[in-house]
Ligand binder design. Sequence first.
Ligand SMILES: Cc1cc2nc3c(=O)[nH]c(=O)nc-3n(C[C@H](O)[C@H](O)[C@H](O)COP(=O)(O)OP(=O)(O)OC[C@H]3O[C@@H](n4cnc5c(N)ncnc54)[C@H](O)[C@@H]3O)c2cc1C
Length: 262
Amino acid sequence: MIQLKQYVKVQSIDEAYALNQNKRNVIIGGMHWLKMSRRNAGIGIDLSGLGLDKIEETEDAFEIGCMTSLRTLELDEALNEYCNGAVRDAVKDIVGVQFRNTATIGGSIFGRYGFSDVLTVFLAMDTSVVCHHAGEIPLEEFAQMKYDRDVVEKIIVKKSPIKMAYQAIRRIRTDFPALTCAVSCVDGQYRAAVGARPAKARLILDEDNILADGITQASATAFGEAVADKLNYSTNMRGSAEYRKMTTPVLVRRALMQIAED
Ligand SMILES: Cc1cc2nc3c(=O)[nH]c(=O)nc-3n(C[C@H](O)[C@H](O)[C@H](O)COP(=O)(O)OP(=O)(O)OC[C@H]3O[C@@H](n4cnc5c(N)ncnc54)[C@H](O)[C@@H]3O)c2cc1C
């Protein structure tokens, strides 16, 4: 369990950033992941007083404050209408409602966890991460960056024309996923994000235009196989590398057929 020496509810992001430059200090999101670490930390930096727990819709984007809960993401009608319910489908099996009421998007995106449904679904959209020091960074790039002492302020999803669906495999409901998959067509370009391999989600584009003539069982299967071939897989207690490689095309195909039906 983590032990904090001091707790500070900051008055500004500047204050949070300054405090976070000391390696002993730690930003607190929903604290679900943090609380499981074994660590004696200095100051716990609480961002909950900064009004960053909302989704603001503008004409061309959704701006999601870092303290927005997974439950808010799940219930937000405008965001879910935009992404055909993919965000709701991605978070609905994460533990339970009480957990999702407090787990935050900031902690989820900053964590860049391999098993993350949240990272997977946002990768498939036109998403960027706004960090206090580094500014706006495409999520695909942020996902590959090393952990640093910056503060994630918000997540921006640009309202590019999109069709989208989310699929995952869990051995039992509420467990960590054995495989995650979000497929989208953004501005006419098909893409698939596949995570929990168990490595973190990666985005694969339809560079060979397999889906250029539309989604059919054959083109969906072919794209699924192309995606599976471009990814690496490993084994852990939730599934073997072989199982993950075999099921990736299935999830990609199912997601594509869902998009076609919608
Ligand atoms: C038992 C359990 C089961 C889970 N199952 C799933 C699952 O099935 N699917 C899934 O996608 N996720 C799952 N998660 C992960 C969960 O959804 C959250 O991603 C995770 O708990 C982190 O969110 P948090 O708000 O609790 O962050 P915290 O635990 O508070 O923080 C996590 C990390 O992010 C840092 N941080 C937090 N906010 C910021 C910020 N704004 N800027 C910079 N750094 C920040 C913290 O310092 C810490 O290092 C699970 C977690 C647990 C504990």
